[in-house]
Design a protein around this ligand. Structure first.
Ligand SMILES: Cc1cc2nc3c(=O)[nH]c(=O)nc-3n(C[C@H](O)[C@H](O)[C@H](O)COP(=O)(O)OP(=O)(O)OC[C@H]3O[C@@H](n4cnc5c(N)ncnc54)[C@H](O)[C@@H]3O)c2cc1C
Length: 408
């Protein structure tokens, strides 16, 4: 195939992965990136060690993408977690399997990997134009605004990798939703995923316990029961154990107007035994002393009980032990999407073909978090962004072979 001109809009993990595939096939690739540098969210992910993929059994891994797992299967089969690790190693970043099978670079950083990746892309002739923002369509053309000019993209094929709606200050501001919806593309409303929740705390909880971690607990929702930890914030609750439940809790709030996360504050203790231990404490001692000695409850765990347990239940060892083993925290709403780790919703799989091409815009492909899928934290997000970037690029190569390019 003769060399084609390809425009990729968005320089995050999905866009850069597509650029790698398309440039290695010999095409002239230009990446248009709104921000002064590419991969800002990728670099932020590196601040917490860059959980790049997950080493659980691949048959499990493939099911982590909710209702869209089946749609993502071909892309994930073609770029598996092992492939992610090989790819990173090829760029000089070795990885290791950490706790709960999460995979991290040995450096626990994103910047060396991104630097090596950009070097590779440069060597393959990829032209990255920073501060070049796509601002919508004009007479069917994609309009780009740079510091000193506004122009229409000239390309044989286009790939959007514009990201979701979380952390918009890093670039993915979801401005594209309206522009693509106007073209007849079906967009599922973007919603927070892997997010915290608001809880109506008392003044004492907010002032004295914001920032306090709840460790060695389990939490139950419609998603199941998981162990881990989370943090009390001024607004509510945040952290990995909450994120693991966040899709189920968010959907529950949307569907029924209420949702609660049920906490076992002492997963290692048996209810009856703990009730007996509490009852045996000296009645003249304070509540807090009796709870500390009888159940090992103190600090933020005690504060949480005080928040939701009535004085009558506090005075009854059996009922109190019941609350320690299953304390429902009523949630008001998810924290705003701007604070979420990722977003759910986006371009519907009904609007693209199996090659990730938009039905309404032939020659225009979509990849990454802007597609309508979601996954928990654990390296699933980046893996699916890489995998869909590659799948959309492969789809584009086949389409170019077949059709020759967009009409210009
Ligand atoms: C705090 C935090 C920690 C995370 N940690 C992890 C982790 O450890 N593991 C994991 O798997 N995932 C993690 N993620 C999620 C992961 O970073 C994202 O899922 C991933 O970056 C999405 O890739 P993407 O290429 O689809 O979009 P993005 O990374 O959002 O990239 C989209 C790019 O498009 C550009 N863009 C947007 N609009 C325009 C426009 N109109 N014109 C031109 N350019 C535009 C943006 O500036 C951006 O550079 C984390 C996210 C956050 C916020």
């Amino acid at each position: 195939m003769p060399e084609k001109e390809i425009a990729i809009i968005g320089g995050g993990p999905a866009g850069l992965m597509a650029a790698e595939v398309l440039s290695s096939a010999g095409h002239a690739v230009t990446v248009y990136e709104a921000m002064p540098t590419v991969g800002r969210k990728f670099l932020l992910a590196g601040k917490s060690g860059l959980n790049i993929t997950h080493a659980e059994d691949f048959s499990e891994f493939r099911t982590r993408f909710g209702a869209s797992s089946a749609m993502l299967k071909p892309a994930l089969d073609a770029f598996t977690p092992d492939d992610v690790r090989d790819w990173a190693a090829g760029l000089g970043t070795e990885t290791f399997v950490g706790s709960s099978n999460r995979v991290f670079p040995t450096t626990m950083k994103a910047s060396p990997l991104l630097r090596a990746w950009l070097k590779r892309l440069e060597a393959q002739g990829v032209n990255i134009l920073m501060r070049h923002r796509w601002t919508g369509f004009d007479d069917g053309e994609l309009m780009i605004e740079a510091l000193d000019r506004r122009f229409a993209v000239q390309a044989d094929a286009i790939l959007f990798a514009l990201g979701g709606a979380s952390w918009p200050k890093l670039g993915s501001d979801a401005a594209w939703t309206g522009w693509l919806a106007d073209k007849g593309v079906e967009i599922t409303t973007l919603r927070p995923a892997n997010c915290g929740f608001d809880v109506q705390w008392s003044e004492i909880m907010r002032e004295r316990f914001a920032g306090a971690p709840l460790k060695s607990i389990t939490a139950t929702s419609a998603a199941g029961t998981f162990s881990g930890e989370f943090v009390v914030s001024r607004h509510g609750i945040e952290g990995s154990l909450v994120y693991a439940h966040s899709a189920a809790l968010r959907d529950g709030l949307e569907r029924e107007g209420h949702a609660e996360l049920v906490i076992d504050l002492m997963p290692g203790r048996q209810l009856e035994r703990m009730a007996g231990d509490i009852a045996r404490q000296d009645r003249r001692a304070s509540f807090s002393t009796r709870l500390r000695k009888g159940a090992g409850i103190e600090g933020v765990k005690l504060a949480l009980l005080r928040e939701f347990v009535t004085p009558a239940d506090f005075a009854d060892p059996e009922r109190l032990a019941g609350h320690i083993k299953a304390l429902p925290i009523p949630l008001q709403r998810p924290r705003p999407i701007e604070e979420a780790i990722s977003s759910a919703g986006g371009v519907s799989f009904d609007s693209i073909d199996t090659d990730y091409m938009l039905d309404m815009l032939p020659g225009t492909f979509v990849a990454g978090e802007m597609l309508d899928w979601e996954a928990p934290t654990g390296g699933y997000l980046l893996t699916a962004c890489f995998a869909t970037g590659r799948a959309a690029a492969s789809g584009m190569l086949q389409w170019l072979e077949r059709e020759g390019g967009r009409r210009r």
